[in-house]
Write a new protein. Sequence first.
Length: 335
Amino acid sequence: KNRSDRMIRRVFVFICLLPTVLLLTVSLIEAQPAKKVPRIGFLSATSPSTISDRIEAFRQGLREIGYVEGQNIAIEYRYAEGKLDRHPALAAELVHLKVDVIVAGGPLGIRFATEATNTIPIVMAWDNDPVGNGFVASLARPGGNITGLSTLAPEISGKQLELLKEIVPKLSRVGVLGNSTEPGNVQSLRETELAAQAFGLQLQYIDVRSPKEIEAAFQEVRKGRTDAALALTSAVFLSQRAKLADLAVKNRVPAVYQAREYVEAGGLMTYGVSITDLFRRAATYVDKILKGAKPAELPVEQPTKFELVINLKAAKQIGLTIPPNVLARADRVIR
């Protein structure tokens, strides 16, 4: 009986103490700080609709390495919407938010990000000449708070002019549209000039620094009696790609562009680096930096994937026949 009484008392004490134990356990759990969710700043010169494929490619790259937006990673998006004077304020906002990493696509976004901070790591989703633009000391050892991916591929200009020669048999003069205020424009133009010399072509450079100058640029192309046009990398062009493509068709000018978004908007042809692939690969840099790697010691990677996209509808509109051997090489044909 005594043993039974002792057992009953122990059970009674346990039942009495159980709420207190549970309360202490809950309090201890609540007292533990929540695990910090890393925040990425995403800075773009254009609008989300303009680069929707690139944004999704970046998110896909994050998912592939275990990051899910809204769960274990947060992204602060800032878009200049083609209004380049908004860039400094947007970059400053991301710095004020104390994001862990800034991802910037294109020379202008990168330039304003570097002007806004020299401490927060910056990942270049793409840039046409990181060393020449002064963003990194070298591709192998960037040396500062910035690293990422480059579209640097000097042979691109040669391939673009070669394609124009194939689709415009009597090609002798090419109008080159560029933006002198865009970082990397000088290097791109130099590479195009060297390629033109090799093909015995003459170039007419036309500077386009704002959307309102695009129409006048095509008037210059016609006055210069050029046989085709080549558009260099430009945030202005990308934001106005439909207008650019429309004017090329109206003026019956065969044109080659730097990215497939132009061709999807009605342009004739693009040959260049797959920028969506670079945005996907940018996620791996974010991951390395969040895990403690220093941008200064992460080599800048160069492109590995290139694409040729042709719009047959645009070709028909300007009365151009694309040779079968060129179509056979295309990664994508828009009909």
